[in-house]
Ligand binder design. Structure first.
Ligand SMILES: [Zn+2]
Length: 357
């Protein structure tokens, strides 16, 4: 949990967790700086309800200072409260709790690092497929070898082929039906090359196939989706076998994998297509002014810009401003504020304010 700053009178700068994204939610004091300031309230201009930027940059390391400045101070002072510090909104989310769990248990996840998890969560595939890959790596998919550690089971061999113990590596890398499904696929990999890999090493390659398989860009995204579909079907087939059905032969399985992959790919392309077809800029209605704002991040500063156009698309006003470096969200907010100020200064009666178009 993290303190949510309202008036800062109940938060100790050094002892209480209060700065989102900082390690332990505590800001870092600049080397060589001594101070006797204790309360967060001392960092706020209470009349304007703004952070004291000068004091903050004087006291803290720049990364900490920027994170402090990103904390919103409400217009009217209230008592400080507690919130969930791992999501931008301060509200508890399953994803943020998951990321925390990942950080805490990174040693039990072999060579999978946070960057791989981020790539997985951002990938264009159904949430159920992402969850399957996560369960495979975390060893929470109940293959017989894992089950046998909790319950006595007479037989831990693979229910599909019976050739060796059913581990996640066997099911998803070495089981003959999986090897055959790969060989029949549009990426006909010879899985024997990877047979000695741990599952986390292998899933890492699937999530980021550029390094080992030299698959990149759009093809890499399709590859990751294909593997997730393949594993989903392999696991489904394994479960049906457990329930007493005959395992399907590898040809039928490959046909089914290709069919489901096409459906997922189609759904994904239609979403991308809709995004690409959306118009980039539309003029405002007659009698209205549209103010478009944007913030450009430079090495040592941000440049804020606003362009105002009427319903014909003609420019009627524009402004730009430089500010000290901050995070993108903060910079975009400052640009929006500049747009609102310009509209007010120009006396526009009906205004649409819009981010970069
Ligand atoms: Zn098998």
């Amino acid at each position: 949990m993290c303190h949510k700053v309202r008036d800062g009178r109940c938060i100790n700068i050094w002892d209480d967790p209060w700065v989102p994204k900082e390690p332990d939610f505590r800001p870092k004091l600049k080397a060589g700086v001594a101070t006797n300031i204790l309360l967060v309230a001392k960092l706020i201009h209470h009349e304007s309800r703004q952070w004291d930027r000068e004091k903050i940059f004087e006291l803290f390391e720049s990364q900490s200072a920027i994170r402090i400045l990103n904390i919103h101070i409400p217009a009217f002072p209230k008592c400080d409260t507690l919130c969930w510090g791992l999501s931008p909104s301060g509200e508890f989310t399953v994803k943020s709790a998951f990321m925390l769990k990942m950080q805490q248990s990174s040693t039990s996840l072999g060579s999978m690092h946070e960057e791989h998890w981020k790539m997985l969560w951002k990938s264009k595939m159904h949430e159920r497929l992402k969850l399957l890959l996560w369960r495979i790596v975390c060893k929470c998919l109940l293959v017989r070898e894992i089950l046998s550690k909790r319950f006595p089971i007479p037989n831990i061999s693979c229910p599909v082929c019976g050739e060796e113990a059913e581990t996640v590596e066997h099911v998803f890398i070495r089981c003959p039906i999986t090897v055959q499904a790969w060989a029949n696929s549009i990426w006909p990999l010879n899985m024997n090359v990877f047979k000695d890999m741990n599952i986390d090493q292998w899933i890492k390659i699937i999530i980021n196939p550029l390094e080992k398989l030299k698959i990149q860009g759009k093809e890499a995204r399709e590859f990751s989706l294909f593997v997730a579909v393949l594993y989903d079907q392999v696991w489904k087939n394994r479960n049906q076998t457990m329930w007493g059905n005959q395992p399907v032969d590898s040809i039928k399985l490959s046909i089914q994998i290709n069919k489901v992959f096409s459906q997922h790919k189609q759904a994904w392309l239609s979403i991308l297509g809709n995004k690409e077809n959306s118009p980039s800029w539309k003029p405002p209605p007659l009698g209205w002014i549209k103010c478009n704002f944007d913030a450009a991040m430079k090495p040592n500063k941000v440049v804020l810009a606003v362009v105002c156009r009427d319903s014909n698309g003609s420019i009627v006003a524009a402004d730009s401003q430089e500010d000290c470096l901050g995070e993108p969200l903060w910079a975009e907010s400052k640009a929006a504020l500049l747009a609102a100020s310009l509209a007010r200064k120009e006396g526009f009666a009906r205004v649409v304010i819009e981010g970069d178009a």
